[in-house]
Design a protein around this ligand. Structure first.
Ligand code: GLP
Length: 235
């Protein structure tokens, strides 16, 4: 299986859960490949604020994934465009991503596809919005200025090429942007809204994150009647 992986605080409990399941059921990831969504420009893998470091810490060092099978964008590449192209070609060469995990930023981004990103974008360097740098400052230091200005990220169209997508969002702070992404118009101002066009995308949220959904009653009505979801649907 080729997995597309995401970072951020939302994903930490998911990786913990996955590590537990892999241990309990004696599963192996030896034949898995992973591609991370994005990376900060200028950070090397040993920098504790890099997404590479995050993945080692929260997932990879706990499982038997072969190091040569986990792929990252190189934030220290001298030619960022060439690095983005290499990544796109590598994803294509392994047959594409089977399952892509996603979080959502306060700006409505997936990966680092900030507002105004083309919905047809491929992997590329992307400057971060002030809102994202503000949101992610806790991973760097005191102020927004400590956060790198630029990232490398899979594009919106790269993400939409995945066979299956799961977006995870938790907490009331994400409720409003999540509702806009799910129920609002498809717009480059909220790149997560492009997921509405994907044929196999599931959005998993907690109670606090559900508050702003206007279609909530209908969603619950449907999920309770869907045998694939009923057992997971917690009241
Ligand atoms: C970063 C990542 C996104 C992630 C977002 C949400 O900006 N580039 O891929 O979805 O953070 O992070 P958190 O889960 O910490 O709210």
């Amino acid at each position: 299986m080729v997995l597309g992986l995401a970072t951020g605080r939302t994903m930490i409990p998911l990786y913990q859960r996955l590590i537990g399941i892999i241990r309990d059921q004696k599963l192996s990831l030896k034949r898995c490949r992973t591609f991370n969504l994005d990376e900060y420009v200028g950070l090397n893998p040993t920098d504790p604020s890099s997404y590479h470091y995050y993945m080692q810490e929260h997932f990879f060092r706990h499982v038997d994934l072969a190091p040569e099978n986990s792929h990252f964008l190189d934030g220290c590449a001298l030619d960022l465009d060439a690095e983005a192209k290499r990544y796109e070609e590598l994803i294509t060469s392994v047959g594409g991503i089977d399952l892509q995990l996603l979080g959502i930023g306060h700006s409505g981004h997936i990966g680092f596809n900030e507002p105004l990103s083309s919905l047809g974008s491929r992997t590329r360097p992307k400057f971060l919005s002030p809102q994202t740098r503000h949101q992610n400052r806790v991973d760097f230091g005191e102020t927004t200025d400590d956060v790198p200005e630029q990232s490398l990220t899979m594009g919106v169209a790269t993400i939409l090429d995945a066979q299956e997508i799961i977006l995870l969002a938790t907490g009331s702070a994400k409720a409003e942007i999540l509702a806009k992404a799910m129920e609002g118009p498809i717009t480059s101002m909220i790149t997560a809204s492009a997921l509405q066009t994907h044929a196999n995308c599931k959005v998993i949220i907690d109670e606090d994150c559900a508050h702003s959904l206007t279609m909530r009653n209908y969603i619950e009505f449907v999920l309770e009647r869907d045998p694939n979801w009923a057992s997971y649907f917690l009241k």
